[in-house]
Design a binder for this molecule. Structure first.
Ligand SMILES: [Zn+2]
Length: 314
């Protein structure tokens, strides 16, 4: 029985693989941006950790924000079905302190990723990419430039010679049948094309996903990932249902995706996060992968291309 199941799983994976490889990654939409509000100060790129899954990414004049959550310690979020979570930390920046944004990447529409303050205050003309059901909700909230991407579809941002492609990666929030009760989730792959003096850079953002078969397709289609941002936390709902990666899963993800560097995010901001960062650190150490990981405190930046290494906090 076990063998039959293994063969069956291998067949499904093969079929998925062929299907996935058969689809060319064509941008479904092109977004032409005007000149940046402020010229980039230097040619390196950086990732600034704001808190939970909220990260500011700056490179080649593009400014990207992920999963905006600007609630404070003691605030509560609703996760549907009467489930609540309490925030345990403060964000490193306030919403009002954000620089002008070229794009928001939203992995899914849970309130700990797009909170009520953001829903009320984020400018309605900021482009947002997300899943189809998240985009329907965003449009109902008045966000005029919400763009949905199906898995493997891409949006290309253009500004002068600079090109950034954002592609939707497979994600699955819940285990098995429970997944149907949770919002659809997308990971994302950011591909910054090379510019003179500014090398190409490939960044994977996991989104709130568990490890599932389709994740294994990602490195076939997107090898040589420079940086991965991993949503950890081992989030538990109803006390037993794991809906985000814990420390062990994070290391499994590292082995599958094989990025040059990885930054853990989304690990200690809510009381439903049950796997502390120390779980991941322990697993990383046991796997001999310490050299790959950059640990950022909230507010800190990781600077990449051409200079690499964490920059001091602001
Ligand atoms: Zn989350």
């Amino acid at each position: 029985m076990h063998q039959v199941r293994t063969v069956f799983a291998a067949l499904i994976l093969c079929t998925l693989h062929v299907l996935a490889l058969a689809q060319p990654d064509q941008p479904v939409q092109i977004l032409e941006l005007g000149p940046p509000a402020t010229a980039p100060a230097d040619t390196s790129g950086n990732v600034q950790f704001i808190g939970t899954a909220t990260v500011l990414i700056r490179y080649q004049g593009f400014t990207i924000l992920t999963d905006p959550n600007f609630l404070h310690k003691g605030d509560h979020v609703h996760l549907g079905y009467g489930l609540h979570a309490e925030r345990l930390t403060n964000p490193a920046l306030e919403l009002a302190q954000l620089p002008p944004l070229d794009l928001v990447i939203l992995s899914h529409i849970h309130e700990d990723h797009f909170d009520r303050v953001v829903q009320a205050s984020l400018p309605r003309d900021v482009p947002i990419v997300s899943t189809q059901d998240a985009v329907a909700k965003l449009q109902a909230l008045g966000f005029r430039k919400a763009i949905s991407l199906a898995t493997w579809e891409a949006l290309e941002l253009r500004r002068g010679q600079a090109r950034l492609s954002v592609s939707a990666m497979p994600g699955q929030h819940g285990p098995g049948l429970a997944n149907a009760l949770l919002p659809s989730v997308m990971g994302s792959m950011l591909d910054f094309a090379a510019l003179p003096g500014q090398p190409r850079y490939r960044m994977y953002i996991s989104g709130d996903t568990l490890i599932h078969d389709a994740i294994r397709l990602i490195p076939h289609r997107y090898p040589d990932i420079d940086l991965a941002l991993l949503h950890l936390g081992g989030t538990r709902i109803l006390k037993m249902l794991k809906v985000t990666m814990d420390g062990k899963d994070g290391v499994q993800m590292l082995r599958i995706i094989a990025p040059a560097r990885a930054i853990p995010i989304h690990f200690d901001d809510y009381d439903v996060f049950k796997s502390p960062l120390s779980d991941f650190e322990h697993e990383v150490h046991a796997a001999g992968l310490d050299g790959k990981i950059v640990y950022l405190k909230r507010g800190e930046r990781y600077q990449f291309a051409p200079a690499a290494g964490p920059a001091p906090p602001e």
